[in-house]
Design a protein around this ligand. Sequence first.
Ligand code: PEP
Length: 266
Amino acid sequence: MTTRRPFVGGNWKMNLTREGAVALARALAGDDPASEALEVALFPAFVHLDAVGATLALARSGLALGAQDCYPEPDGAFTGEVSIPMLGDLSVSAVLVGHSERRHIIGEPDDLVARKCRAVLDAGLTCVLCVGETLDERQAGLTDAVNERQARSALQGADLDDPSRLVVAYEPVWAIGTGRTATPEDAQEAHARLRAVLSDLYDADTAESVRIIYGGSVKPGNAAELFSRPGVDGGLIGGASLDARGFLDICAAARGARAAHGATTP
Ligand code: PEP
């Protein structure tokens, strides 16, 4: 039995107009999937955070507001960047750190990911730390080594007084936005190895308390099977989070998996 509260995130990436983002937030809040049994966060583009946050507040929704990135310094000459205090002003409570599109398209290195991870945790927000191997790395048998390197580099020396504020998202790069999904067995194994790394970095209790979620072409049709695996504590959803009904079905799958695991407390 696990006491971890599952987590589902909707990563809207660089999609939607302001009007579309508000409409999607309103539709989700109208059928609010967040509860004691499931934490749900929406990650709109920076420029839509204000409007989406206002929509969630008006609906008194339990959905959390998340940002897709941040800069680790509180202020200064960092043109184009957005600080954590600025996000706090918008009631953002969770931040994606090290998403593969930032690592591999924008070229974000491990040390910058680590600074962001620490800054988010130090600020008291939830850090959704993304790790995962590319197809070449997988084919070279480096999956575990890459996941471990990314997790250790981001978390080494990071204080984790409240383990519920760290969510690790295992996102194999070859599965993101491609329609290819890791098998439930692969996801379970990668999560177990990541949990062992967390145990080594912190301790066994802390590692047991951190949510490890899967991301990579999760859809309503495959969510239940993925989330039913021990140690898979929910998902980070990209494309499928842009459709309200589909995202709500994925949230229902996460709740169902938790009930099946027999958890009774958040
Ligand atoms: C993501 O953006 O983190 C993601 C997993 O995308 P998709 O669900 O579209 O593969």
